[in-house]
Design a protein around this ligand. Structure first.
Ligand SMILES: *Cc1c(COP(=O)(O)O)cnc(C)c1O
Length: 395
């Protein structure tokens, strides 16, 4: 039997081998998809004494599944957590985390630039049904959190870097403030992946990943992940996942295990291309501003270096001129396809603000013209040439 501890020595080893007990699957180098809803027992006592935390014991597919467990063990190891839970989407993970940390009448502090549907959950369902009050902050200064936190604050929602204007939050300092008020810190770590940022080491309580992005990596799967290093919180999340019923399917988990094996290599290329694209865009006279945390011109570049070991293929920029020109630019691209997601092999372009009003845009810190692109794996030169042609056609 392989010593699993051997695999904990590096992130690449974890991604490739950790959590996979080859001797249990006829030494197949790829674990099987346990496509089953049920596991059976020898005796009734075996069933009633069943321990949900034992990785060799399973009872029912909504509770746990051996393929899902391999994925979870890998992500927990990569994030330095005590356990991880895979769910059916990023939002299934986000909502399970929210409902496990707040109660009726809670106060929540949330990043203004956090993922839109999560903000809608807080200001919609949670306010209407649970009388939850949410205060939004830009989050660039630590003092903003200090100014709004109260003894009723149970949760602080972060996303660093945020995925449109790429603003960062000081995870260590915000966690200290939160813990002084017995509040939990939740952070969406999808942008950095477990490879480029370890928020639990900096004091965050719950890390969330949308595995639909780089962990899946091939735009063929939807999923989410929660990780914590607090065993009490983990038990609560596990219990609630079982009650809310949001576990990911075994086939999806298997695809994510496959995605993890190449994630480090893919990310290196996404990052390299995005960096070159960002520099190219910064030099274009029609480009007003480029948002990418890897650029030394990023206002929080120093904080980025303290918290992250890399950046990914997602970036945005504001074009000079009119909204119509920005729209024509996006529609003139040939390799970059119009689409909302990111983290797959393909290059994408989107204008997330084009239908927002001026006031909302100002609050979010970017105009209607902001263009978000995901730099895929089609090759740096092809992508830059596509961007250059589209710019030439418009200006
Ligand atoms: C895509 C995304 C989500 C939501 O994930 P789903 O799997 O679509 O529910 C959450 N946060 C970020 C930063 C995302 O990009």
């Amino acid at each position: 039997m392989t010593d699993q501890k051997e695999y904990l020595k590096s992130d690449s080893l974890i991604a490739a081998h950790y959590g996979e007990e080859y001797e249990h699957y006829y030494n197949a180098i790829v674990p099987p998809v346990f496509m089953n809803s049920l596991n059976v027992f020898e005796t009734l006592d075996d069933y009633y004494d069943f321990d949900r935390t034992d990785r060799h014991k399973y009872c029912y597919g909504r509770v746990q599944n051996p393929t899902v467990r391999i994925l979870e063990d890998k992500i927990a190891a990569l994030e330095h957590g005590c356990g991880a839970l895979a769910l059916a989407s990023g939002m299934a993970a986000a909502s399970t985390a929210v409902f496990s940390t707040i109660k009726a009448g809670s106060h929540v502090v949330c990043l203004k630039n956090a993922y839109g549907p999560l903000k809608d959950l807080l200001t919609g369902y949670c306010r209407e049904h649970m009388n939850v009050e949410t205060t939004f902050v830009k989050g660039v200064e630590v003092s903003e959190f200090e100014a709004v936190i109260t003894d009723k604050t149970d949760l602080i929602v972060l996303e660093s870097p945020s995925s449109l204007v790429f603003s960062l939050q000081d995870i260590r300092k915000v966690s200290e403030i939160a813990h002084a008020h017995q509040a939990k810190v939740y952070i969406d770590n999808t942008y950095c992946t477990p490879l480029y940022q370890k928020p639990l080491d900096m004091g965050a309580d719950i890390v969330m990943h949308t595995t639909s992005k780089y962990i899946g990596g091939h735009s063929d799967v939807i999923g989410g992940m929660l990780v914590t290093k607090d065993p009490e919180l983990f038990a609560k999340l596990l219990h609630n996942r079982e009650l809310f019923g949001g576990i990911v399917g075994p086939m999806e988990a298997w695809l994510m295990i496959r995605g993890l094996r190449t994630m480090a290599t893919r990310l290196e290329q996404h990052q390299k291309t995005a960096m070159e694209v960002a520099k190219f865009l910064e030099e274009q006279p029609m480009v007003e501003k480029v948002y990418y945390p890897g650029l030394p011109s990023h206002p929080q570049y120093e904080l980025m270096k303290q918290q992250q070991t890399g950046n990914c293929g997602l970036l945005s920029f504001e074009l000079k001129g009119t909204l119509e020109q920005a729209v024509r630019f996006a529609e003139s691209l040939k390799i970059f396809k119009i689409g909302v997601s990111w983290g797959g092999f393909e290059s994408l372009v989107f204008l997330p603000h084009m239908r927002l009003n001026d006031q909302t845009c100002e609050e979010l810190g970017a105009s209607q013209r902001i263009v978000r692109i995901h730099c895929g794996l089609e090759g740096t030169e092809s992508l830059i040439s596509d961007l250059r042609s589209a710019l030439e056609r418009i200006y």
